[in-house]
Design a protein around this ligand. Structure first.
Ligand code: UD1
Length: 378
C-alpha cells in the first residue's frame, strides 16, 4: 500500500454506466463529510468517467440531479462490441493511472467499466476497492463475468450483504490464508444510501411525473428491460412485451437506448397498454417506482429499489444476484415465458419487507470511506 501523502490521500473512482453514477453519488457525499471534519486526513477524490454511457438521460442527468462533482477525465469510449469497448477503456485509462498512481482506485458494480478499472489497477499494482463485491447470480452473462474477475483482482472487497461476504469466502477471497491478503468488509448497499438521500426530492417529482404520463398513483405497472439477454433476442423480447401488454393496468416503460432499438423493430406488437417513454432521470425513476403498483424489471438496481420502497417486484430473468429480495418475498423470478411472468405478477403482493435489512441501514458510503482509510493504514 502506498504511504499516505503528507497532504492527505488521493483516491480515484472509475465509473461509466448509469447505475455506477447512482453508487458514486453517496460515496462523494461521504468523502465531502469526512473532509469537513476538523483534523481529518484530507481525501482528494477524482473521477474517471469512461463514457460507456453518454446519452444525456443515462449520464449527464445523473451527475446534475445527484450533485456529483465533474469528472476529472471523460474518456468518451462510447458504444461498441465488448472487445472494442473494453479495449478503448484500457487504452485510455492506463496513462492516467500510471501517471497519477492514486492510493486507492474505487470501482463499482459489474459493468465493463468496472472490469477495465480492475484489470488496469492490478496490472499497475495499484490497490483497488470494489464496491458491491461478492454478488453472484450464477449465470454466465457479461455482468457475472465482470463481478467475478473484478472481485478476484481487488484488494478490498466492500460487500453489500452477508450473503455476498459468504460468496467471496467460498471463492477463497478474504479468508485467513488468502495469499493475496484481500480483505472483505460488509458495508451494506450504497444504493440504499442513494435512495434515502433522494427520496424526498423524488416525492416532489411524483405529481408532475404522473401528470406527464397520464397515470394514477398505484394504478400502473413499471417495466424496465435493458439486459442483452432480454433485448438482443427478438423472441425473448417479444415474450416480455406480450406478458406486459396483457396486464390489467397501464404499463409505464422507460426504455434504455439498447431497448428502444428493439422496440422500434417490434412496434407492431406493442398495444396501447404499454407507454414507452425515454429513460427517466434518477429522481423521476424513483418517483415512478414509488407510485407503481408492481414493478417488472431485469435491472439489479431496480429490484433493490422495489424492495426498499416495498413495491412488489418481478424479475425478468431466470436468476438474480439479489436473492435476499426473493427470500423475503419482495421479488419473484418471472423467468422467461409469458405465463410465468403473468403468474409471478399475479402472485406478488405488497408487504412490509423492511423489517428485514439484508443490505444494511443506508449508511454504506460512510463505512466505505472508513474501510478505505483503515486499509490504507494497514
Ligand atoms: C450496461 C452494463 C449493465 C448495466 C447497464 C445499466 C455492461 C456489460 N453492462 O449495460 O451491467 O446494468 O449498463 O444501464 O457493462 N447506448 C446508447 N446510449 C448510451 C449508452 C448505450 O445509445 O448512453 C446503447 C448503444 O447502442 C449500446 C447499447 O446501448 O450499444 C448498450 O450499451 P452498453 O454500455 O454496452 O451496455 P448497457 O446495456 O447499457
Amino acid at each position: 500500500m502506498c504511504a499516505e501523502h503528507a497532504a492527505g490521500v488521493r483516491w480515484t473512482s472509475i465509473v461509466g454506466a448509469r447505475p455506477q453514477f447512482v453508487k458514486l453519488a453517496p460515496v462523494c457525499r461521504a468523502i465531502e463529510a469526512h473532509n469537513r471534519q476538523l483534523g481529518s486526513l484530507p481525501i482528494e477524490h477524482s473521477i474517471i468517467h469512461t463514457g460507456q454511457h453518454y446519452d444525456r438521460e443515462l449520464a449527464e442527468l445523473f451527475f446534475s440531479q445527484m450533485d456529483i462533482p465533474e469528472p476529472r477525465y471523460n474518456l468518451a469510449v462510447g458504444s461498441g462490441t465488448h472487445g472494442t469497448q473494453i479495449a478503448r477503456m484500457l487504452e485510455r485509462i492506463e496513462p492516467i493511472l500510471a501517471t497519477e498512481r492514486p492510493d486507492w482506485i474505487i470501482i463499482y458494480g459489474d459493468t465493463n467499466s468496472t472490469l477495465a478499472g480492475a484489470l488496469l489497477a492490478a496490472r499497475l499494482k495499484l490497490p483497488v476497492a470494489h464496491v458491491e463485491a461478492g454478488c453472484r447470480s450464477g449465470d454466465t452473462e457479461p455482468e457475472e463475468q465482470n463481478r467475478i474477475v473484478s472481485d478476484h483482482l481487488s484488494r478490498l472487497l466492500l460487500a453489500p450483504s452477508e450473503r455476498a461476504v459468504e460468496n467471496l469466502k467460498k471463492e477463497g477471497l478474504g479468508r485467513e490464508n488468502d495469499p493475496h491478503a484481500r480483505r472483505v468488509a460488509m458495508v451494506g448497499d450504497v444504493m440504499y444510501d442513494a435512495l434515502l438521500q433522494n427520496r424526498r426530492l423524488a416525492e416532489q417529482c411524483a405529481g408532475p411525473m404522473l401528470e406527464r404520463f397520464n397515470l394514477t398513483s398505484k394504478q400502473y405497472y413499471l417495466l424496465t428491460i435493458h439486459r442483452a439477454e432480454n433485448t438482443d433476442e427478438v423472441a425473448q423480447f417479444r415474450r416480455i412485451l406480450d406478458a406486459a401488454s396483457g396486464l390489467d393496468l397501464p404499463v409505464l416503460f422507460p426504455a434504455h437506448p439498447r431497448t428502444q432499438q428493439m422496440v422500434a423493430a417490434l412496434r407492431a406488437s406493442l398495444n396501447g397498454n404499454i407507454r414507452t417513454v425515454a429513460p427517466l432521470g434518477y429522481l423521476e425513476m424513483l418517483a415512478a417506482e414509488m407510485h407503481a403498483c408492481k414493478i417488472l424489471t431485469d435491472s439489479g438496481g431496480v429490484q433493490k429499489d422495489a424492495f426498499y420502497l416495498e413495491v412488489p417486484c418481478v424479475t425478468l430473468r431466470d436468476k438474480t444476484e439479489w436473492p435476499e429480495t426473493v427470500a423475503v418475498g419482495a421479488n419473484r423470478i418471472g423467468s422467461s415465458t409469458v405465463e410465468s411472468i403473468r403468474a409471478a405478477v399475479a402472485a406478488s403482493h405488497s408487504q412490509h419487507w423492511l423489517t428485514s435489512t439484508p443490505y444494511g441501514d443506508g449508511t454504506a458510503a460512510a463505512k466505505i470511506v472508513s474501510e478505505l482509510l483503515v486499509s490504507a493504514r494497514n
